[in-house]
Design a protein around this ligand. Structure first.
Ligand code: GTP
Ligand code: MG
Length: 382
């Protein structure tokens, strides 16, 4: 929750900050005009001035903004029959240097499609692989979490973004602080966890110890009678990568009914974004519902624009992206933040209006809404 100062507040109600400092002093609180104060303090001040102060979270405010344009985010539209199976979205988490990125490299190596395309691997922070489990082709979307802020921001947006968490623990290092932190994020989001016990090729690897340690945190291995899958792997030596993919698919099939409506305007998340010298803002988006197409008008946080081109993780140009597909998109006006929602809107003009109002909301840090106005005269009488 954002803090605000008496100066901010004074500006909102068209009053003079110095008199507000005085009012606070009468109420028994010494605060300076620029000091950030709590919502409760503002409410107290509001009550004293006979203002009705509503504290509005940025999320609520944004939802209301979208509603004013008749837009709702985060729901599949249409009949149940329009919900079609979609691939699981998996975030790879864990302590620093435990091998998350290496694991993703190894998984990509198993990918039939990437192998065929033979293109230059593009770093887009998320990618989809096609794998064969029990003779059927299955797709899985992976998000590499560390190194960028996507994970934290996405967790804050709730469980919707990720279906499964793969917790990577190096068998020579064991459970470390960020292992637990990552685990807690997954728990808070209600996301099932598959444990990848990595680096089993290292001589002093102790996979049993990892199992014992995580059991203490409530992740009890299946072989100990619990319900968490532990898979021993080596990302570097490429040992048992298939076993891990299978465990992910099993988890998805056993406990999740992953569906989305591909026949609606696309919505999803910005995974990462940067400004490219030649291409302008470049953003990796994960489509969560609907299908994103080149030419669509989108908003993503304070950015807007028409999708000029899209690329997959193999650098191949694509015209459309269905649910659970991450793509790199060009054409936005600005660089959104990792974790920002994106969505398709009716036209460029609406996209621009929403983006501008979002930007203004951020600028004003509109922490509170004042429903009764009093004049400066009233204030000076205090
Ligand atoms: P951060 O992104 O910094 O959190 O690290 P990470 O978890 O992505 O680790 P990364 O994949 O970069 O691997 C860290 C180091 O461990 C690298 O030097 C890897 O080569 C090495 N490594 C990763 N997996 C294995 C493995 O299975 N066995 C061995 N011996 N080394 C590995
Ligand atoms: Mg990494």
């Amino acid at each position: 929750r954002r803090g605000a100062s008496l100066t901010d507040f004074a500006e909102k109600i068209g009053a003079d900050a110095a008199s507000l400092v005085q009012v606070m002093f009468h109420l028994g609180e010494m605060v300076t005009a620029t000091q950030s104060v709590t919502d409760e303090t503002l409410q107290l001040l509001g009550a004293e001035l006979e203002y009705d102060i509503q504290v509005v979270s940025p999320e609520d405010e944004d939802r209301e903004l979208l509603e004013s344009f008749s837009i709702e985010f985060g729901e599949d539209e249409g009949e149940d029959s329009e919900l079609l199976p979609r691939p699981p979205v998996v975030s790879v988490m864990g302590h620093v240097d435990h091998g998350k990125t290496k694991l993703l490299d190894a998984i990509r190596n198993e990918d039939v499609v990437a192998g065929e395309a033979g293109g230059i691997t593009q770093h887009i922070g998320a990618y989809q692989v096609q794998t064969e489990v029990d003779g059927t082709e299955r797709k899985i979307t992976f998000i590499d979490t560390p190194g960028h802020e996507a994970f934290t921001a996405m967790r804050a947006r709730g469980a919707r973004s990720t279906d499964i968490a793969v917790l990577v623990v190096a068998a020579d290092d064991g459970v470390m602080p960020q292992t637990i932190e990552a685990l807690n994020h997954a728990k808070a989001a209600g996301v099932p966890v598959v444990v990848a016990v990595n680096k089993i090729d290292v001589p002093d690897a102790d996979p049993a110890k990892v199992r014992g340690q995580l059991t203490e945190y409530g992740l009890v291995p299946e072989e100990y009678g619990g319900d968490t899958m532990f898979v021993d792997i080596s990302a570097k030596a490429r040992i048992n990568i298939e076993g891990l993919l299978e465990a992910i698919i099993l988890t998805a099939d056993a406990s999740l009914d992953l569906r989305a409506n591909p026949h609606q305007d696309a919505e999803g998340l910005a995974i990462e974004a940067h400004l490219d010298k030649g291409r302008g803002p470049v953003v990796t988006v994960l489509v969560q519902r609907g299908t994103l197409r080149v030419g669509d008008s989108i908003i993503a946080g304070p950015a807007y624009g028409r999708v000029r081109a899209m690329f997959d993780e193999n650098g191949q140009q694509v015209d459309e992206a269905p649910p659970a597909r991450p793509v790199l998109a060009l054409g936005l006006s600005a660089v959104p933040r990792a974790g920002d929602n994106f969505m398709v809107v009716a036209d460029d003009r609406m996209a621009r209006q929403i983006a501008e109002r979002r930007e203004a909301a951020v600028r004003n840090a509109s922490f509170a809404r004042i429903t009764k106005r009093v004049s400066l005269d009233d204030l000076s009488k205090l």
